[in-house]
Design a protein around this ligand. Structure first.
Ligand SMILES: [Zn+2]
Length: 345
């Protein structure tokens, strides 16, 4: 049993105990049919010897599957005898959203990664965020939070990180990303910051990596492979598991290509609501001015589609997914090769 301070979430596991523990975090959720009901969040802790603490999370967004699969598989397979340090694995952190197969939690209609640092007396997602921030993060040296583009987009298989002004912290994080070994690592400048898990992790000086391993509301075969290999690679990189990270790509190239999404010019937006027909797949090279896609108005018999164009040359990081888009939705994100001088400017 771990003391969880001001949190209303209970934890039967002892984070200081050696060996493997598997169980549940218990979060109170009062419902019409169960006044004292709880929601159980699966968690595995593996600890042995001495070394850093790595937090691996999946399912912050419920409709992003690759991380849920990768983290739960490693949670079943990780042998404590081979671990030096501590690994905390939570494959389905936002379990109401996971079981509902949605980005937002059906309990309070919130995006958990817009609820940090959370509130122990707030909505369910805020309570969960507060637990992660105030109980888990103080234990953690490295956080890998696995995402995909969910239903909203499809992503090139990538890790991602915020641009960190401190060169040493930036280098350390880029090295960890290269060890993860996705085809791309994307350095970006935050969106809607302050309320994300990443921001909470960084505020505490913890090394933070995210991933985008697919999307379009399906399980990406290569995304699962890269995700599973990547979290094992990170454990090796930090000496928690023995061995060298394997970062050879499927096409035989030796490692990760560092990229950046520097400004708003990388984004193309839908100028109206309609049916979007993308012209490229994530990971393809695109050029400024090229057609990103057509916005169709199939309900109007003679109305011509609107052409949406790329505003930057580079590699397509995110391609539109859902078909129907609203005015203002992002339909394409282009990334460029990382350049330290440009990034600092
Ligand atoms: Zn996500």
């Amino acid at each position: 049993m771990t003391s969880t301070g001001g949190s209303r979430i209970r934890c039967d596991l002892d984070f200081e105990r050696g060996g493997r523990q598997a169980g549940y975090l218990r979060a109170p959720l009062s419902r019409n049919t169960s006044g004292w009901g709880t929601v159980e969040i699966p968690i595995v802790v593996v600890k042995n010897g001495s070394g850093p603490t790595i937090l691996l999370t999946g399912g912050v967004h419920g409709d992003e599957y690759e991380g849920q699969i990768a983290v739960s598989r490693l949670g079943r397979e990780l042998d404590p005898a081979r671990v030096q340090g501590r690994v905390i694995l939570i494959p389905a952190l936002n379990i109401p959203a996971v079981l509902n197969d949605t980005r937002l939690s059906p309990v309070d209609d919130r995006d958990m990664s817009r609820c940090f640092p959370g509130n122990p007396r707030g909505t369910f997602s805020e309570m969960l965020a507060h637990f992660v921030d105030s109980v888990l993060l103080p234990l953690v040296d490295v956080s890998v939070d696995l995402h995909t583009a969910g239903h909203s987009m499809e992503s090139a298989l990538s890790t991602n990180m915020h641009y960190l002004p401190d060169p040493a912290a930036r280098r350390r994080t880029m090295d960890a990303a290269a060890a993860f070994g996705a085809p791309f690592n994307v350095v970006f400048w935050g969106v809607d910051e302050g309320a994300t898990l990443t921001s909470s992790v960084e505020r505490r000086g913890i090394l933070s990596l995210g991933t985008e391993l697919g999307g379009w509301g399906r399980v990406h075969v290569e995304g699962v492979r890269i995700g599973e290999r990547g979290i094992r690679n990170v454990l090796k990189h930090f000496g928690v598991l023995e061995g060298k990270p394997d970062t050879v790509q499927r096409d035989g190239s030796p490692g990760t290509r560092h990229m950046m999404v520097r400004d708003q010019g990388c984004y193309s937006f839908a100028p109206a609501g309609g049916l979007f027909e993308p012209r490229h797949l994530a990971g393809e090279d695109v050029r400024e001015g090229d057609l990103a896609g057509f916005l169709h108005f199939v309900e109007d018999v003679d109305r011509a589609p609107i052409e949406v164009r790329y505003r930057r040359s580079g590699v397509l990081w995110m391609a539109s997914g859902p078909g129907r888009v609203q005015r203002g939705d992002v339909v394409a994100v282009v990334m460029n090769d990382y350049d330290d001088a440009l990034a600092a400017g």
